[in-house]
Design a protein around this ligand. Structure first.
Ligand code: ATP
Length: 210
């Protein structure tokens, strides 16, 4: 089985996250996409605005009714910073037969060398770099070649000596971010249609981010 792994702070989850997951699932013929909210993200300058449990709840609401989407709370159960290398190692151990595809946006990939033990990640899962923002696939490819110089470049992918893969996938560009959602809420503006309706109603009912 081919499984997509989509990690993020999800503070909160928004419709661009969901479209990315859907388009990668469809594009790569994945059986499922597993959303993994970060417990304590090592990357964000500041701590998340919502506690793990609330971010997890919002992901649960957002993916409800989609049988191909799942959410895992494994990073919330670990202590310390949520390193992707630990998460993928844990998943590999418990699902030996699965083929994992780790999905990340170009903005995240461009600072990939700051990720803990980043060079080990392609051995644990194929990397799927998707477009985000104004930079094109060329900058993704350049970055990948710089970080993994022994990998061989083939048209739309880089292949490593141990069957590692880095794929580049184009999804519908949607300029939506969690920052935009939080700022809209602070400013008293509507977030309708930027997040699923169930997420909007939960945020408003519990007065989150205010
Ligand atoms: P923030 O605004 O707080 O930085 P964010 O919107 O970037 O949050 P994250 O939870 O940090 O959301 O992102 C998780 C993953 O989803 C990252 O790999 C990121 O690149 C990707 N992603 C988020 N929003 C988009 C988008 N609009 N288009 C493509 N990828 C996205």
């Amino acid at each position: 089985m081919k499984i997509g792994i989509f990690g993020g702070t999800f503070d909160p989850i928004h419709i661009a996250h969901l479209r990315v997951a859907e388009e990668v699932r469809e594009g790569l013929g994945l059986s499922e996409v597993w959303f993994i909210p970060a417990g304590t993200p090592p990357h964000k300058r500041n701590a998340p605005h919502l506690p793990f449990k609330e971010r997890l709840k919002l992901v649960e609401l957002a993916i409800e009714g989609n049988p191909a989407f799942r959410v895992l709370d494994i990073e919330g159960r670990r202590q310390g910073p949520s390193y992707t290398v630990d998460t993928l190692t844990e998943l590999r151990k418990s699902h030996l037969q699965y083929e994992f595809y780790f999905i990340l946006g170009l903005d995240a990939f461009l600072e990939f060398e700051t990720w803990h033990e980043y060079h080990r990640l392609p051995e644990l899962a194929a990397l799927v770099v998707i477009n985000r923002g104004p930079l094109g696939v060329k900058s993704a490819v350049n970055k990948a070649r710089q970080l993994f110089p022994t990998f061989e470049f083939r048209r739309d992918r880089l292949l490593g000596p141990k069957n590692q893969k880095i794929l580049f996938l184009q999804v519908t560009p949607l300029e939506i971010s969690s920052t935009l959602i939080r700022q809209s809420l602070w400013a008293g503006r509507s977030i309708r249609y930027l997040v699923p309706e169930s997420v909007r109603l939960y945020i408003e009912k519990h007065r989150l981010y205010l």
